[in-house]
Design a protein around this ligand. Sequence first.
Ligand SMILES: Cc1ncc(C[n+]2csc(CCOP(=O)(O)OP(=O)(O)O)c2C)c(N)n1
Ligand SMILES: [Mg+2]
Length: 333
Amino acid sequence: MKANKLTEQLQFKALLPLYQYMLKSRLLENRMVTLQRHGLLATYAGASGQEALYVAIGYLLKKEDVHVPYYRDQPTMLMRGYKPIDLIRYWSGSEAGNTIPYKDLPICVPIATQCLHAAGVAYAQKFKQTEQITLVTLGDGATSKGDFYEAINFASLYELPIVFVINDNGWAISTPLDKQTKECDLTKKAYSVGMKHLTVDGTDMNECIATLTNAIEFARSNQPVLIHAKTVRLCDHTTADDAKRYKSKILINDEKQQDPIKKLKKTLVEFYNWQEKDDFALINKIQKELDKDIDTFKKDHVQTPETMFEHCYENMPESLKQQQSELNHDTTN
Ligand SMILES: Cc1ncc(C[n+]2csc(CCOP(=O)(O)OP(=O)(O)O)c2C)c(N)n1
Ligand SMILES: [Mg+2]
């Protein structure tokens, strides 16, 4: 499917909700960073610059499909039923935020391990003859890990209903792509396992929709696909990082020109008479919704130390129960 043909298809009615989700994720991200700076969140990894890719994924996946995220998938997660407060709670370290809608997998912080989980899910989908697919995301850095190669090899060999989406934001923390792999065209990684592969400008909504539509169609007929999506990271790696220490001013400025939200806004303004006052009203509406979630979070976020024992076991082993009660005893003395 050609991107320009799609522009005609993706009319304002469809584009506006996508824009709203991109904006919602960006505004939530700004609020998350402030919460972290105030000591209310442990750490946080944003998705600025990568929203077009993630919103396109959220738009195209069916409810019954399985989304296997890593830690930068906030825009997709907001579209798959997570509320801002869930994500705020998650990054504050509270299991209350890990309420996973649908059959999706939880946020995965260990690099590339989610690729293997996803291959396993897709194997089950095929075995059970469901119509569903699995879509897993990973960073450019994750493609240097064995888990990634094992997963694409397995998926290709067994012709699984799966899409691997590489969010290539150019960096693995402070390591640029060309310092960790000799082959920066990441579609080539699919050659060795005989897998279909596509490249996309991950900052362009139309291109993302067109490419992902094709990939998901292939996956539904048990033809796994690897997508190399070029994006930009407009934020620090996480709140524990300062990208100004390793990115030049010129690069930071160049990346800003690729901002997917600005690009989609331009389309809305040029073709659909979207005006500054519309934008202002939308931002205001989202901020008010976020205010409510943040107020609720601030009221109930304090967790007592013994809660760290919870959520691992359905029935807590005796040894842990004892440690929990010892801790209770220590903290009350
Ligand atoms: C197994 C493992 N090793 C190391 C880390 C530390 N670590 C966290 S993020 C990161 C870089 C990941 O880069 P990339 O895959 O490009 O994803 P991005 O954060 O850029 O989206 C590393 C090495 C980790 N989380 N897990
Ligand atoms: Mg990266």
